[in-house]
Design a protein around this ligand. Sequence first.
Ligand code: HEM
Length: 352
Amino acid sequence: MEGHRMKSALAALLLGIGFAGGLTLPAAAQSSVRVGGPVAEQQIDRDAPPVPTQIPGQSRADTWHGIRLGEQGTVSIPNKQAGVLIQSEGEAWRAVRNGPLSQYGSWVLGGILALLALFLLVRGRIRIDGQKTGRTIQRFNAFERGVHWMTAGSFVVLAISGLNVLYGRHTLLPLIGPEPFAALTHYGKLAHNFLGFAFILGVALIFVMWVGHNIPSRHDLTWFLKAGGLFSKGVHPPAHKFNGGQKVIFWATVVGGAALGFTGVQLVFPFSFATLEELQLYQLAHAAIAVVMIAIILAHIYIGSVGMEGAFAAMGDGQVELQWAREHHSLWVEEVTGEKVRHGHHRGTPAE
Ligand code: HEM
């Protein structure tokens, strides 16, 4: 009982200080909340009358209205944002993050995995249709491959550690328990903060290296109209170094990567460039763009590995089977070897 009365008096005192001092509306914002000042040293008199919880001449509803609108009082500690008692946008931010963002995000990621599994089941691995030549041509040099793997390696760690921040608490934590989860999340966050810069550098270099090969052309239209031949055996629409689908991957990497980099830097250095409200928006944008980009990259990883015979070598040792190149990049083969390739021919074999 004694303890209860003390708590009530303390609560009333704190409320009184808040309302009378730091949380006043601008016209009355003369006084300030002092932390560790005379108020903190003051002895609590249990028999004292209750401290008024209202600014004279102003209704309690008005005061609360101001607080809910994020009215800023004054504080003498360095963190001036502590003058805001309730930042109502924070509730909206949390509701969107834990609600639609997580929900739609899981649908997008689950959806792409299901589609890729279905595609593998129905279409199987896309084989080299024609006779293999036993000869190879160079597709990417060591520098290009190094940049690709730096970007890919950092992206994979960023994706896993990022998804852990968004979903781990409800998926991984019950599976592995609090201590391993805490350690994993701690190191994951460190990795996320640092690898973000390797990813940004990788995306910038990818842009410089390959933008020349990724300007849209009329062949891309044909490629899309034939769905790249992905759904039909023996159909190979002509393409230069990159086909329409790869150009989509390229621009998604560059535009999505730039957006992730920009919003990510804001979040790694909070309040350096953005206010709290802006940071909340950047966080939502960062997570939403990341989910879409992970879905796109999952499709890219699939087609660059199990999905298509002969593709991985391009980023492995950089040498691809000549027949693979004739089928998937006929115009590029003509450019680099000078040979005439029968474009779109179902066997993809050379004309002469
Ligand atoms: C981690 C697994 C990955 C694998 C197995 C993989 C595989 C490949 C392969 C084989 C190519 C060459 C395709 C060709 O010769 O036509 C390629 C190209 C490319 N990769 Fe990756 N990649 C991976 C991750 C990534 C990531 C994470 C990004 C970017 C965030 C990325 C961006 C690109 C881009 C922009 C190209 C050129 C355009 C294209 O071929 O689609 N890759 N990748």
